[in-house]
Design a protein around this ligand. Structure first.
Ligand SMILES: NC(=O)c1ccc[n+]([C@@H]2O[C@H](COP(=O)([O-])OP(=O)(O)OC[C@H]3O[C@@H](n4cnc5c(N)ncnc54)[C@H](O)[C@@H]3O)[C@@H](O)[C@H]2O)c1
Length: 353
């Protein structure tokens, strides 16, 4: 029996509803498998915790998390209680940085049973590999002067190590998929960092002679995501470009409520963190109507990363089965509750066991 310790941070809003739902689903799956189990330890770190303690997590929070195999997170943010930049940087971004989760992976796939807002799209199945530790999201810069003289400078940071690490991850992933990597560049407009990005891409691709490559400027790439997403397999992008592109990926799937994400420590020296793309959705929190499928699909990414791809595949099959059977939450045009969808996924898994 392989036992894994998982730190759970439900966070705020609907995180507290979809995380327990996804845990029930994953526990059903591990029961069926019989050879592995997860021990879940929950931490109440959230905006409410901030109001009580003056911090999003305890001082030794990062130290505590280091003892776990992986982190399973819901969503963080309750802007009416705590400003977003405080909650995000105090928990989510802190964990990503301290745990050296340098790669962010987000798939987008046309699922059976789900209508894409694109008119009659060909089936698409792509993964965006986003550099998650540097690039445009650096803390280097500042503001000076005020009034009409006010100015701001924000420097982007691209290192060969960070850039190459993201690209190698993308190529290795493409080897297991459809053997194609697209690089998201903008070297026609950004004259230092993006030509550097292109040079590193050309260096890395020499080590992967069997992988076909394309380089697209990010503006054209965004348009292609809408016009012909089926041509893509793996896309590698900088922190900002990847962030924007992956929201578009979620949108063309049909709802932000189903999109999953993984923040990976690729060296596997520290825990990785798995979280859906969506936020805490304060507008629907506490009503029992949140779509749990994004959190459940996030569980698939965790299983895949831990080497249980067979279970991950079964989980995605279950998601598609439930969608095809028409059990859908409001964001997908249905009337089902979080509980209805969760129970339907569990029932399907049991029927497979
Ligand atoms: N990774 C994260 O923790 C994360 C990500 C994004 C936003 N946030 C935070 O969440 C808070 C709310 O942000 P927002 O409103 O911009 O984005 P959001 O993703 O929470 O909500 C956007 C819209 O999508 C809907 N939605 C989101 N997830 C859904 C689900 N699972 N089922 C059904 N509908 C769903 C919401 O009801 C809302 O109408 C903010 O504090 C923000 O900073 C956190």
């Amino acid at each position: 029996m392989n036992q894994y310790e998982i730190a759970v941070i439900p966070g705020d809003g609907i995180g507290k509803e979809v995380v327990p739902a996804a845990i029930r689903v994953i526990d059903t799956l591990t029961d069926i498998h019989g050879g592995l189990s997860f021990k879940w330890t929950s931490f109440p770190w959230s905006c409410e915790y901030y109001l009580e303690h003056g911090a999003m997590m305890p001082e030794d929070g990062i130290q505590t998390l280091r003892n776990f195999d992986q982190i399973f997170l819901g969503a963080v943010g309750m802007p009416n209680l705590v400003p977003d930049h405080v909650s995000l940087w105090g928990l989510l971004i802190k964990i990503r940085r301290e745990m050296q989760q340098s790669i962010n992976v987000r798939p987008a796939k046309l699922l059976n049973g789900l209508a894409s807002p694109l008119r009659d799209p060909e089936p698409f199945d792509l993964i965006v590999v986003r550099e998650n530790s540097e690039g445009e999201y650096s803390e280097i810069g500042g503001r000076m002067h005020s009034g009409s003289d006010e100015m701001a400078i924000q420097s982007a940071v691209f290192t060969r190590k960070g850039t190459e690490r993201a690209m190698r991850y993308a190529f290795d992933l493409a080897k297991k998929r459809r053997q194609h990597v697209t690089s998201a560049t903008k070297s026609n407009g950004i004259s230092h960092s993006m030509p550097f990005w292109d040079d590193v891409f050309k260096d890395v691709l020499k080590d992967y002679p069997d992988i076909a490559t394309t380089s697209n400027h990010i503006d054209a790439l965004a348009a292609f995501f809408v016009m012909k997403p089926h041509v893509f397999d793996v896309i590698v992008a900088s922190n900002l470009f990847g962030d924007i592109l992956t929201d578009l990926g979620g949108a063309i799937m049909g709802s932000i409520g189903i999109a999953p994400a993984a923040n990976l420590n690729v060296e596997r020296t520290l825990p990785s963190m798995f979280e859906p793309v969506h936020g805490s959705a304060p507008d629907i929190a506490g009503k029992g109507v949140a779509n749990p499928l994004g959190q459940i699909w996030t569980g698939k990414l965790m299983l895949d990363f831990m080497g249980y791809e067979d279970l991950g595949k079964l989980l995605l099959d279950a998601i598609e089965h439930v969608l095809v059977s028409g059990i859908k939450t409001r964001d997908l045009g249905g009337r089902a509750t979080t509980e209805d969808v969760t129970s339907a996924v569990i029932e399907y898994l049991k029927s497979c066991g």
